[in-house]
Structures are given as structure tokens and as C-alpha cells.
Design a binder for this molecule. Structure first.
Ligand SMILES: C[S@@+](CC[C@H](N)C(=O)[O-])C[C@H]1O[C@@H](n2cnc3c(N)ncnc32)[C@H](O)[C@@H]1O
Length: 199
């Protein structure tokens, strides 16, 4: 990953991710609590709070947590410093879970366990906006990260209403400005509402 100082300098004022600003208005979400995993300097948390959500924004880096607290000051954002793998997620609690460019930085089996907890933590009718990296990514040889094929990742979302499963392959800039070949997979999905039982 980029150095923390570089990353901070470049991301302190970055706009919220397009996958969030493109999709949030289409999700029919009005209030509730959002979870932002690996929130970085707080762009997405700030956006979500300004859309009327309360936000739990988690990041393990003290430096970016400080920046996120500054950026989200006065907003309904609880910025938490910690490892999201150790954060106990309340079942059926969140209306939205977001993870932008953070899930690739944990190993695959941890990522699988985390995604299962995230799925349980989202309320029926709630949604996820998440991204992972694919095996053609320039960093794919890193053993401390996780990489998914499209089919593997898609299989996780059976039973969800998948609104979009996007795959991108190509050279594009990192937050630092340097360009690398990226293979990204994104899901936007809603947790289906519980079916009414027989009366
Ligand atoms: C590439 S940055 C993306 C930040 C932000 N989501 C954005 O798009 O600007 C990845 C972030 O994930 C955080 N991160 C990685 N692994 C983490 C973990 N296990 N627990 C909490 N945060 C983590 C890093 O500290 C970093 O801030």
C-alpha cells in the first residue's frame, strides 16, 4: 500500500468515490446507520452523513482517523480507530455497508469471514457498496492481500438482490497519482426483505 503520509496528503480532500455517489441516490435509503470499513480520510463518511445517515467509520490507521475526524467534525459520524476484522458487527443493524478499496488489504480467509459478518449486519432492505480486487491486479502476488475471481465473488451474493456487479481492468491512477494496472470488482446489492410467513 502507499505510504501513509503520501496517502493522507493526496486523499485528505478527495471527493467521495463515484461508485457511492452514483449508486446511493438509487438505493431508496432514507436515514439509518451506515458502516464504512477502511474509511481513510473520511470522504465517503462525510458524504453519507450529509445524505442524512449516521455513520460508523472504521480505520486502523491513526493518521487517517485523525484526518477523518477533522473532515467529519460536527456531522453524525463516529470515527473509530481499529481493525475492522476485530470490530463486532451487530446483526441486522446497518442500513448500508460501504468498503471502498479497503477489503483487498486483508487476506482472503479474513475477507470471507468479514463479508459474512457484514452480510449479517445489514438489515433486510439495506444495501452494500463494496469493492475487491481481481487476480489480474498489478499487486496480485502480494500474500498479505486478497484477490477474487468474478465468479468467486459473485457466489457470495446469492440470495441478495444484486443491482450491479462491475468488473474493471485497466491502468488507472491510485490516490497517490501513480498509475498501475488495476483489476477491480464492485458489487452494489440489496438484502432482500424478509418474506411474510403464511398467515
Ligand atoms: C486505499 S485506502 C482507501 C480509503 C478510503 N476508503 C478511500 O477510498 O479513500 C485503504 C484503507 O483501508 C484501511 N485498512 C486496511 N486494512 C484495514 C483493517 N484491517 N482494519 C481497518 N482499516 C483497514 C487502511 O488503513 C486505509 O485507510
Amino acid at each position: 500500500m502507499e505510504g501513509a503520509v503520501d496517502f493522507l496528503a493526496k486523499t485528505r480532500q478527495k471527493p467521495p468515490a463515484r461508485m457511492l455517489t452514483d449508486w446511493f441516490p438509487r438505493l431508496d435509503i432514507h436515514g439509518g446507520v451506515a458502516l464504512d470499513l477502511g474509511c481513510g480520510a473520511g470522504a465517503e463518511a462525510e458524504y453519507l452523513a450529509k445524505q442524512g445517515m449516521m455513520v460508523d467509520a472504521i480505520d486502523k490507521s491513526a493518521t487517517v482517523v485523525k484526518a477523518a475526524k477533522e473532515r467529519c467534525q460536527g456531522l453524525t459520524v463516529d470515527v473509530i480507530q481499529g481493525d475492522f476484522l476485530e470490530f463486532e458487527l451487530r446483526p441486522d443493524y446497518y442500513t448500508l455497508a460501504v468498503a471502498i478499496n479497503s477489503l483487498p488489504f486483508v487476506m482472503k480467509e479474513d475477507c470471507v469471514a468479514l463479508l459474512k459478518s457484514v452480510q449479517a449486519a445489514v438489515r433486510p432492505g439495506g444495501a452494500v457498496i463494496l469493492g475487491v480486487f481481481g487476480p489480474e491486479h498489478a499487486w496480485a502476488s502480494r500474500e498479505d492481500m486478497s484477490f477474487w475471481t468474478l465468479d468467486e465473488f459473485r457466489a457470495l451474493w446469492s440470495g441478495w438482490d444484486v443491482l450491479a456487479m462491475n468488473e474493471f481492468k485497466g491502468v488507472s491512477p491510485l490516490a497517490s497519482g501513480s498509475e498501475v494496472f488495476q483489476h477491480r470488482i464492485q458489487v452494489i446489492a440489496k438484502k432482500t426483505l424478509l418474506e411474510a410467513g403464511p398467515s
